[in-house]
Design a protein around this ligand. Sequence first.
Ligand code: ZN
Length: 266
Amino acid sequence: MKKLYISADIEGTCGIAHWNETEKGHADWAYFAAQMTREVAAACEGAFDAGFDRVVVKDAHDSARNLNPMDLPRGVELIRGWAGEPFCMMAGLDKSFDGVVFTGYHDAAGRDSNPLSHTMTTSAFSVTVNGEVASELMINSMIAAYVGLPVYAVSGDLGLCEWMRSKCPGTRTVAVNRGMGAAVQSMHPQEAASAIREAVRLGASQPGQTSLYPLPDRFDVRICYREHAKAKRNSYYPGMRMTEPRTLAFEHTDFYEVLRMMQFCL
Ligand SMILES: [Zn+2]
């Protein structure tokens, strides 16, 4: 039996340009939650086109209660809410899966390719791993590699897609949005869904072309917070060092300990 894991966010959903559109309960949210669902459903169909039997989807945005289960195809299981475990946006991932897909993902805090760029929380200016600006896609691709799984396909903004191709050239990417300051230029929402379905179909049917995300031996994580008080509080996490009033450093060789730290400090 072939199983695909999908982690779905909203800030890289086709057309999204403002925080109001990400907030459950806001009048602007419903359309983008529906488009997020459409893109996830397309990714699921792509996996079924490639001969997959089962898809597990993690709703990984904010409340984690954005996707409409009725609009996902049969054969899909949905994880809603937060399990509280360090895998976070990848909760439930294990070796029983064959590969991973990300939909609706967005570029990292500090990058200008998406009006909504951030990393895990909007309380951090920047997060770096071994000197490189870290996106949620980077952290979660590392989780996939940690479990031993390739990333078949990614959809989101153009900056994120270009970055992913530089890391894993075999991973299929669908750039549904191109950020321009506080604006985005986006594909037609139905064309975005079609392109995502095709990207997942191709990625999942040719898994040999996809390399694992490169996992370093040692992790040097730096978090620069917007508020010095938050840095002060989180500086008490075991192993954390304060390098500047707003910046903390955490070094470890065990990636799971990095994830545990992020679960508490991001
Ligand atoms: Zn999100």
